[in-house]
Ligand binder design. Structure first.
Ligand code: FES
Length: 103
C-alpha cells in the first residue's frame, strides 16, 4: 500500500492510496486535475508530468533514458521531474508528494 500526496496546479492537496499499477493510473482513477495520461502510460505524451518532492526523489529514482528524452521536450522541467506513468505504485514509494505540472 502506498499513500501518495498530489499537489495540483491550484495548490489543492489530494491524498490517494493504491497498491498496484502506475502512479498515473492511480491519479486518473482519482480524478487528479492535470494528470491526463493521454498515451495510456507508454511514455509518449508527457501529460503525466510531476515534480517529485526533493526529499522523496530517492524513493522513485531517476527516469529511464526514454523518459528523460521525453521530458527534455517539456516546459518546466526540473531535476525532480518524472513522468508518473513510469512510476510503479508499491510500498517503496509510500508517503511521497508529487506536484502536478500542467501543460
Ligand atoms: S501517460 Fe503519457 S507519458 Fe505518461
Amino acid at each position: 500500500m502506498a499513500k501518495i500526496t498530489f499537489i495540483t496546479a491550484d495548490n489543492e492537496e489530494v491524498i490517494v492510496e493504491g497498491t498496484q499499477g502506475s502512479v498515473m493510473e492511480l491519479a486518473v482513477q482519482n480524478n487528479i486535475k492535470g494528470i491526463d495520461g493521454d498515451c495510456g502510460g507508454v511514455c509518449s505524451c508527457a501529460t503525466c508530468h510531476v515534480h517529485v518532492n526533493e526529499s522523496d526523489f530517492e524513493k522513485v529514482g531517476e527516469p529511464s533514458e526514454i523518459e528523460a528524452d521525453m521530458l527534455e521536450l517539456e516546459d518546466e522541467v526540473s531535476e525532480y521531474s518524472r513522468l508518473c506513468c513510469q512510476i510503479k505504485v508499491s510500498d517503496a514509494i509510500d508517503g511521497i508528494t508529487l506536484k502536478v505540472i500542467e501543460e
